[in-house]
Design a protein around this ligand. Structure first.
Ligand SMILES: Nc1nc2c(c(=O)[nH]1)N=C([C@H](O)[C@H](O)COP(=O)(O)OP(=O)(O)OP(=O)(O)O)CN2
Length: 361
């Protein structure tokens, strides 16, 4: 376990107005923003073991509070997404954040990490058919089918530039690609005869890298629960599964409601990193990840976790460790286990300690 690192994440929505000097003038407008923080578990001690995610959420809440129902320009100059995220990074300094991810609208936002260039991101949807020709006979993905795919594209914000300009550059670069893949059968496109998420992510990279300087990563979300991230060199795939469980935090002090029996709809995302199997065109079949997780899923779903041997602590970090111990041998390439107890709040256990790709999508 020594080489592993444990991160926590918390999320806080806020409503705010801002004026931005965008291409067509400086207009007052409003957003339903969402700020997400990532920090090493060691830097956000809680009041008791298992309280760390709440403690991180409290730091983020305090950081965000002045922006909620406010005019952002009164606090931050030229408040594009990256500058707001940088401001929050400073205000949440007590958690020594690894990063802040800001979403100003469902399809755009920025990522800031201390000492690094901010990134801007855009999210796009395309409606496409495909079939995977190499899967074994009877595999459902061998049939012609389709998805409402999504892609999330990250690119570096140039020094001194506004993040919205990078977001616009991403959209401009995306448009010609979108015209090829939206309302199309992916298998018909040159280079996409085996259009897995991984092959599609690489194909998008090849099509975007020359026209989008500063491109850092492409995520392809094939379904709501499965997707992959490609950074031009390596892939990371994930499969998400939800389980509904009864829990109690036995180490919470008397009077804390979390000491009482309660419950959560947990989401776990199992990530696998590696190269492509050149025949299958994938790192590992999403369906197989789900299948291998199934025995453990049955032990967690609709179960009282506080009574489960080896799972005396029921907080997301403890559950992530439990999943890691059970799944590491089952899934070679398992690189990360996320356990969220509600959307945006939970633990991320990185196997091997590398934080590459921690923040996306
Ligand atoms: N590593 C990959 N595995 C799979 C890919 C892929 O592109 N890369 N593609 C498929 C299929 O196209 C399939 O439609 C999506 O997979 P899956 O997550 O298994 O499908 P569901 O969302 O329908 O799964 P649930 O059972 O509903 O969770 C297969 N594998």
């Amino acid at each position: 376990m020594n080489a592993h690192s444990l991160f926590l994440t918390a999320l806080r929505p806020f409503e705010a107005a801002r004026r931005l000097a965008v291409a067509d003038g400086e207009r007052l407008h409003g957003h339903g923003f969402e700020a997400r923080i990532f920090a090493a578990a060691a830097s956000c001690p809680g009041d008791f073991p298992g309280d760390e995610t709440r403690a991180l959420g409290a730091i983020l809440d305090e950081a965000v509070a002045p922006l909620d129902y406010a005019l952002v320009n009164e606090l931050i100059g030229a408040p594009d997404d990256a500058r707001i995220a940088e401001w929050l990074l400073e205000r949440a300094a007590s958690a020594q954040p690894h990063a802040i991810v800001l979403r100003s609208a469902p399809d755009r936002g920025a990522v800031v990490e201390p000492g690094k260039h901010p990134l801007a991101w855009r999210r796009f949807r395309f409606e496409s058919a495909h079939r995977l020709p190499s899967v074994p006979r009877g595999h459902k993905c061998g049939r012609m089918h389709g998805h409402g795919f999504e892609a999330v594209i990250h690119a570096r914000v140039d020094a001194g530039q506004d993040a919205w300009r990078t977001q616009d550059r991403i959209a401009e670069a995306w448009q010609p690609v979108h015209e090829q893949i939206h309302f199309a059968c992916l298998n018909d496109l040159p280079g996409l005869d085996n259009p897995t998420s991984e092959v599609l992510a690489r194909w998008l990279w090849q099509n975007l890298t020359d026209v989008l300087p500063g491109l850092t990563g492409i995520s392809v979300l094939e379904t709501a629960s499965a997707g992959c991230h490609y950074d031009g060199r390596t892939w990371r795939i994930w499969k998400a599964m939800s389980f509904d469980s009864a829990v109690r935090l036995a180490r919470a002090p008397q009077g804390d409601p979390r000491r009482l029996l309660h419950g959560h709809t947990f989401t776990t995302r199992l990530h696998l990193a590696g190269g492509l199997d050149e025949v299958m065109g994938w790192v590992h079949d999403y369906g197989d990840v789900k299948q291998r997780f199934d025995p453990l899923f049955r032990e967690l779903d609709h179960q009282p976790l506080h009574q489960k041997a080896g799972l005396e602590d029921n907080d997301p970090a403890a559950i992530a460790r439990h999943i890691e111990a059970r799944m590491a041998a089952e899934l070679p390439g398992l690189s990360r286990i996320d356990v969220l107890e509600k959307p945006g709040h939970g633990a991320l256990l990185l196997r091997g300690g590398s934080t590459r790709g921690l923040l996306v999508p």
